[in-house]
Design a binder for this molecule. Structure first.
Ligand code: NIG
Ligand code: FE
Length: 448
């Protein structure tokens, strides 16, 4: 279970007399509560919830296109979970000086990471398969022989909802402690109605129990399950007629693994169209294993995002950019697959909006850290560190249609990540470390 800490001073439950729990994992210890009463003259918790002043910030990466680069020697005022003032501290209006204050001691602040592509609800691991891949076996041949996704499906079906929640919460909690404040979570390891529904319920429950926002995606078309191997059409019928009606209320998006040896363009279109009938907006796994038409389908459907995109030409980069489909790139998956990275520079130069995400899954990217992904964006994909951070924050927010996240300006959701360094370049320069000092979600200190 996640640790419970005071959201203001960060002390864990066992080191304070009493911890008063608020909504969404926010809590306040009696000492901070007393201090807040002293400052505001009112009783604490409701008053202080989501109100905070950050001072002494060395560098703020705002991602605000109206700002000319980062803000130096900055401060950020937050009220009711939203940014109400941001700028150089010397110009901070005096009306904010009464807020509970966190002195950042010259550290850097970024928006919280928005991890726009994960499969973090699963049981079992595939370390053996990973070892085989490292000895030279191909992902596709392991998948064709009944391993890969199918082996995680077996473990996930066997787990039951309680265990699934427990192991998935642990993953989400580690992500939060590394600076992720919004996470997209896909189903797709159930491949039958009940387990797909359970996966989406677990995803929703994570968002209620932890101070992390969850965006849920139905990925029943992740693979054709073993029991339907001889009749794919029957599985597609099940997806349309039974699964989608049963899961649609628990998801916002519908996704399909449209790629070589998985679902064809026609099959993927059928699932996405059915998803849309149930109110689920389309996104797509496309052009990871090969160029089989997924990218063009994402454009045709007006998908919110096309994800992976390792196999993309200049012409296709232009198509994605013109259609306004966000390119969600997953460098940790290519690293684990020992395959070429998606052409991030090409896509960016074509004008596409790029997001970077973990793809957290037990097969191709057993990775939870967006800090590591930012490092890969710079070190492996040719992005600058600034572009990589933008893609992991603002790019991610656009990929999950959360326009008030991923940047820091007046009105934005106050999700932010205080690094333990005064130089944000350390995210890629010292890629083996966690650089989190504190994480603030909706104006509350929830980590650190
Ligand atoms: O995004 N590409 C499809 N799905 C996952 C892999 C899933 C798995 O191997 O379990 C991915 O890489
Ligand atoms: Fe994926």
């Amino acid at each position: 279970m996640p640790r419970r800490i005071c959201s203001f001073c960060g002390k864990p439950e066992d080191q304070v007399d009493h911890l008063l729990a608020g909504h969404r994992g926010v809590a306040i210890c009696d000492e901070c509560s007393r201090l807040a009463v002293e400052i505001t003259g009112e009783h604490a918790f409701e008053q202080t919830s989501g109100d905070l002043l950050l001072t002494g910030i060395g560098t703020i990466i705002t991602n605000d296109p109206r700002q000319d680069g980062p803000v130096e020697e900055g401060a950020i005022a937050i009220r009711g979970g939203n940014v109400t003032w941001i700028g150089e501290q010397r110009t901070l209006p005096s009306r904010y000086r009464g807020l509970i204050t966190l002195d950042c001691g010259g550290r850097s602040v970024l928006p919280g990471f928005v991890d726009a592509h994960t499969h973090l609800v699963f049981d079992g691991d595939r370390a053996d398969e990973f070892g085989r891949r490292m000895r030279g076996e191909a992902y596709e041949s392991i998948m064709a022989a009944g391993g890969g996704i199918q082996s995680t499906v077996r473990a996930t079906r066997a787990a039951g909802p309680d265990r699934l929640l427990e192991v998935s919460m642990e993953r989400a909690d580690r992500m939060l402690s590394l600076g992720t404040t919004t996470v997209e979570i896909k189903s797709g390891y159930g491949l039958e109605t009940l387990t797909e529904r359970h996966m989406l319920e677990v995803a929703g429950e994570i968002g209620r129990r932890l101070p992390i926002d969850v965006v849920s995606t139905f990925l029943g078309a992740h693979a054709v399950p073993e029991e339907y191997a001889a009749d794919r059409n029957a599985y597609l019928w099940l997806l349309e007629e039974e699964m989608l009606p049963a899961v649609a209320s628990a998801a916002a998006y519908c996704d399909v693994f449209c790629d070589a040896g998985v679902f064809s363009v026609d099959e993927a279109r059928r699932v996405l169209v059915a998803g849309r009938r149930h109110g689920l907006r389309p996104r797509l796994h496309a052009n990871q294993l090969g160029d089989t038409g997924g990218l063009e389908l994402a454009v045709e459907m007006g998908a919110v995002s096309a994800d992976h995109l390792e196999h993309v030409t200049v012409r296709q980069a232009g198509l994605i950019a013109d259609a306004g489909v966000v390119a969600v790139l997953l460098p940790a998956a290519s690293l684990s697959m020992r395959t070429a990275q998606a052409p991030a520079r090409l896509l960016r130069d074509a004008g596409a909006t790029i997001a970077l995400a973990t793809d957290c899954n037990p097969g191709t990217s057993n990775v939870e850290s967006m800090q590591f992904v930012v490092a890969l964006g710079a070190l492996e994909m040719g992005l600058t560190v600034e572009e990589s951070i933008w893609a992991a924050t603002r790019g991610g927010a656009l990929a999950v249609e959360e326009p008030d996240k991923g940047w820091l300006r007046v009105g934005a959701v106050a999700d932010l990540h205080v690094l333990d360094t005064d130089n944000y370049l350390d995210l890629a320069y010292r890629p083996d470390q966690s650089h989190t000092w504190k994480v603030v979600k909706d104006g509350q200190v929830v980590v650190g």
